[in-house]
Design a protein around this ligand. Structure first.
Ligand code: GDP
Ligand code: IMO
Ligand code: MG
Length: 437
């Protein structure tokens, strides 16, 4: 029997840290890759040679033949988006129907969830969050409001109609209350979803049971986080967050695997930081350097194409996300994007009203009053692109990483120097190396 090794790979900033690349790289050492939250708001890019894949709902592990990909109960599933993503993967030869399992307890997104989101985001009396418009938030609202429809309900011919009619009645009341005149053809949606249910039913199962049985049998599970810790509904920059728990605890509630079975937690951070959508961002660079990073790092959303806001590595934020997640080892991605900068600012502290603070402020006003404290480190003049051995990095790049490690007090076990699998350093003897077994 293998030694138990069930690890969580999660975003330690505001998403798009390169989780897809990292999960894909490690997935050949695991039997199962499981998503635990979010939905098709995620966009995880994986390069295999020159071929680019963007995974949204389906765990990146699907790209490894023989690896089981699980969509856990904490995920919200848009059946149409899922069927489309399955078809895209099948077209390039992925055996989706053999490898994919969908939780019977995952909640279902309906078109009216997107409409509700549009109304909320369009309100003039509040600042928009800048969501991905996929219906994610309203679907989670129905889940927590105990009126949602789960995959098990969707594929249940005896029960679906009653569930659906209840939810439809709720949305009609809402539309009336908000004076929304958009016509929703509830009967057509129901029919479309019944057809989709037929396509997905063979893949729907009790994935908590599947995962726990596999773990008992000595199989290894990699939990793939979506979004990032600062977008977590509890620990992020609320209300400018997504509606799920992207932090480590979400891996347990979102799959039904108990915390006692988790062996390690790996955080993924960029060597700088980005954010898509609205909300506080203390180390944001509004100047030409921020623009340079956006261009060099191709920082445009993989789901919505929106330009990502860019800024500098934020140590207090990294310490915060390491604490709430219990990160054992950090992987720093996109180091190569900083190549050629004469010096690199790092936010090493926060000052509020002239006083240094160590805790993350909980309010918008608190976050907005942060004055970041920067330390400038020397840049490196040569390319790091594709370097896969730590000692071959320029001394300034090594010093930059050591500085981040010392200030965050978290091991940097891995470094990514390009989008491809081979463009990665895993430090020999690191905790990361140990966890990967
Ligand atoms: P995810 O959502 O966390 O999986 O990240 P995204 O896929 O949304 O965004 C990360 C982007 O950076 C993708 O286009 C990746 O191909 C790319 N990427 C990942 N690691 C590296 C790296 O080390 N260097 C460079 N230049 N690009 C990278
Ligand atoms: P991956 O998994 C970056 C952001 C949106 C918005 C906020 C709420 O690729 O890292 P939502 O549609 O979830 O209600 O939007 O969260 N957001 C992401 N930002 N990466 C993501 O996913 C994101 N998923 C949602 O831009 O600010
Ligand atoms: Mg992404």
């Amino acid at each position: 029997m293998n030694q138990m090794s069930n690890i969580i790979v999660l975003g330690a900033q505001w998403g798009d840290e390169g989780k897809g690349k990292i999960v894909d790289l490690f997935s050949d050492r695991f039997d199962i890759v499981a998503r635990y939250q979010g939905g098709h708001n995620a966009g995880h890019t994986v390069y295999i040679g020159p071929t680019k894949y963007i995974l949204k709902l389906i765990p990146s592990g699907i790209l490894r033949p023989g690896v089981t990909a699980v969509i856990g109960n904490g995920v919200v599933v848009d059946p149409l988006a899922l069927v489309e993503e399955m078809a895209t993967l099948e077209k390039v030869g992925v055996n989706v129907r053999e490898q994919l399992a969908i939780s019977n307890r995952a909640h279902v997104i309906f078109p009216f969830h997107r409409m509700v989101e549009k109304v909320g985001e369009g309100r003039t009396d509040r600042e928009a969050i800048g969501t991905t418009s996929r219906g994610i938030g309203p679907c989670y609202e129905d889940k927590i409001g105990r009126r949602g429809i789960r995959m098990a309900d969707l594929i249940d011919p005896a029960g679906f109609e009653a569930h659906y009619n209840n939810l439809a009645a709720d949305k009609m009341t809402l539309a009336k209350a908000f004076d929304v005149h958009e016509t929703i053809d509830f009967a057509a949606i129901r029919q479309q979803y019944e057809e989709l249910a037929g396509k997905l039913a063979p893949l729907v199962t009790d994935t908590a049971s599947l995962l726990n049985r596999a773990i008992r049998a000595g199989k290894r599970v990699l939990f793939e986080g979506a979004q990032g810790a600062m977008l977590d509904v509890d620990h992020g920059t609320y209300p400018f967050v997504t509606s799920s728990n992207a932090t480590a605890g979400g891996a347990c509630s979102g799959t039904g695997v108990p915390p006692t079975k988790i062996t390690g937690i790996i955080g993924v951070s960029k060597a700088y930081i980005t954010r898509v959508g609205a909300g506080p961002f203390p180390s944001e660079d509004h100047g030409p350097l921020g623009e340079q990073i956006r261009q060099v790092g191709k920082e445009f959303g993989s789901v919505t194409g929106r330009p990502r806001r860019c800024g500098w590595f934020d140590v207090p934020l990294a310490r915060y996300t390491a604490a709430v997640n219990g990160i054992d080892s950090l992987i720093v991605t996109k180091l190569d994007v900083l190549d050629g900068l004469p010096e690199i600012p790092v936010c090493t502290g926060y000052r509020v009203n002239g006083v240094e603070v160590t805790d993350m402020p909980a309010t918008r006003t608190g976050m907005d009053s942060i004055e970041p404290i920067y330390t400038k480190l020397p840049g490196w003049k040569t390319s790091t692109r594709g370097i896969s051995v730590l000692e071959q990095l320029p001394p300034e790049a090594q010093a930059y990483l050591r500085f981040l490690e010392e200030r965050t007090e978290v091991e940097i076990g891995g470094i990514s120097t390009g989008p491809e699998r081979t463009e990665t350093i895993v430090k020999p003897g690191s905790r990361l190396h140990q966890l990967l077994g």
